[in-house]
Write a protein that binds this ligand. Structure first.
Ligand code: C5P
Length: 238
């Protein structure tokens, strides 16, 4: 697969205009974008329609987490939008993930596009101290991530969102075909922001990530197009 189809740019913007301005600057360079809660809650399904028309593949990152019946309904609605990837929180449990998958397939049957359904394991801003002390989950982050990944696989999902540092353990537990989507990416020399479990783009692919998600180092750059091209070059070892 073209490396540009494996680099997902997070369009974390407050409204349609700012998001489309950045997408316009990235057109021709980035091929896959991520629409998250901030943008989708502000701009609604219209933003998906416009980005699709511009030719972008779309990961709609709404991290659904609710009772199974509600998750199913939510996913049915999202399945009708014709996006390429959607997600739920694995912490919602097996029944919720199964219901979400069922709902998504129903919606996708109407749009004709079958998105990948993946599960969020532990957010890449979570540390072991937070997970143990605040969330009450014992053990290492990796233990929890692998447990959630197995559960997602059992529910029929295609993969998980995790840190690149956990990819190897996930692939060992769930197989090579089980997809890993990894945020927490910082090119050398960039600001780490609130991310905690990070690697560079090149390290993430070397560790086996299928897709990397990268936001502020591209969208916050003075010239997002150049920032994206530098990342492409850094992973192609040109
Ligand atoms: O700007 P930055 O590169 O940190 O953006 C990372 C993106 O990936 C954000 O949109 C964030 O919501 C998302 N994400 C994450 N960690 C996860 C799941 C999603 O950082 N586990």
């Amino acid at each position: 697969m073209d490396i540009r189809e494996r680099i997902i740019v997070a369009l974390d913007f407050p409204n349609m205009d700012t998001a489309l301005e950045c997408a316009g600057r990235l057109n021709g360079s980035a091929k896959y974008v991520k629409v998250g809660m901030q943008l989708y809650y502000a701009a609604g399904p219209k933003i998906i329609e416009v980005l699709k028309k511009e030719g972008f593949k779309i990961f709609l990152d709404l991290k659904v987490h609710d009772i199974p019946n509600t998750a199913k309904g939510a996913m049915q609605s999202l399945g009708e939008l014709g996006v390429d990837m959607v997600n739920v929180h694995a912490a919602g449990g097996l029944a919720m993930m199964q219901a979400a998958f069922e709902g998504l397939n129903k919606g996708a049957a109407r749009s004709g596009v079958s998105p990948l359904l993946i599960a969020v394991t532990q957010l890449t801003s979570t540390t072991k101290e937070m997970m143990n002390g605040e969330l009450g989950i014992e053990g290492s982050i990796e233990d929890c991530v692998v447990r959630y990944a197995r559960l997602a696989k059992e529910a029929g999902l295609s993969g998980v969102v995790a840190s690149p540092l956990e990819v190897q353990a996930i692939k060992e537990a769930c197989g090579k075909e089980f997809i890993t989507v990894t945020p927490g990416i910082r090119p050398l020399g960039s600001d780490i922001g609130d991310q905690k479990r990070m690697t560079t783009p090149d390290q993430a692919f070397t560790l086996g990530s299928d897709y990397i998600v990268i936001g502020r180092p591209i969208t916050g750059a003075q010239d997002p197009h150049t920032a994206m091209e530098e990342i492409v070059r850094s992973v192609n070892h040109e």
